[in-house]
Design a protein around this ligand. Sequence first.
Ligand SMILES: Cc1cc2nc3c(=O)[nH]c(=O)nc-3n(C[C@H](O)[C@H](O)[C@H](O)COP(=O)(O)O)c2cc1C
Length: 203
Amino acid sequence: MSAPTRRPPRAELLAALETRRSVAAAGLSEPGPSPDEVRRLLTIAARVPDHAMLVPWRFILIEGDARAEIGALLAQAYRAGNPDMAPEKREKFAGIMSRLFPAPLAVVVVSRPNRETMIPVVEQEMSAGAVCLNLLHGVEALGFHGIWVTGWAATNEAALRIIGISEGERVAGIVHIGTAKEPPMERPRPEVEALVTRWTKRD
Ligand SMILES: Cc1cc2nc3c(=O)[nH]c(=O)nc-3n(C[C@H](O)[C@H](O)[C@H](O)COP(=O)(O)O)c2cc1C
């Protein structure tokens, strides 16, 4: 048998992985991905490690007019859920909830672990997290920008019902996708070597 041959490094892929940056949802505008590009993005997102092939995640797309419609419902839920808050403060946050989807497309990555199997729920939830990151890498590869967020809408019971999350499911992430209004600046990154120890045999 011949010795294994290493594949040549892919410079463009490495550069993308080494420079990926998130852009806040408010900094994302048109154009967004076309229907074909959305299909491609979701196919890339779904190509993640998945112990026992349980597919423990699904997608909810929020785009077009649905963004304002769901925003209005979320704002209403925020008001209803905070009756004792000072009205000025409540209106400020309700306004934020009404504009929660400014980018052309938001993909809600829903974690739906299968509790009937031997595969731990945490592993299935990590697979859903991997979906979010793969989606971001796909977004980068197609020339768009995005960001993975959670926040009130991803955890509040009333908001989850509005988004369409069922019992036993959780929001792994809301990934906003669009074209960056401004190129993102770099942010500080961890010194990787400081995070590394090398295992050595102890006597
Ligand atoms: C699970 C998860 C939830 C996050 N939620 C938020 C959020 O709600 N709002 C936010 O501004 N950033 C959030 N972030 C951080 C951003 O996704 C992003 O990592 C950050 O803006 C740094 O940018 P970078 O991806 O270019 O390093 C979250 C990250 C993760 C992994």
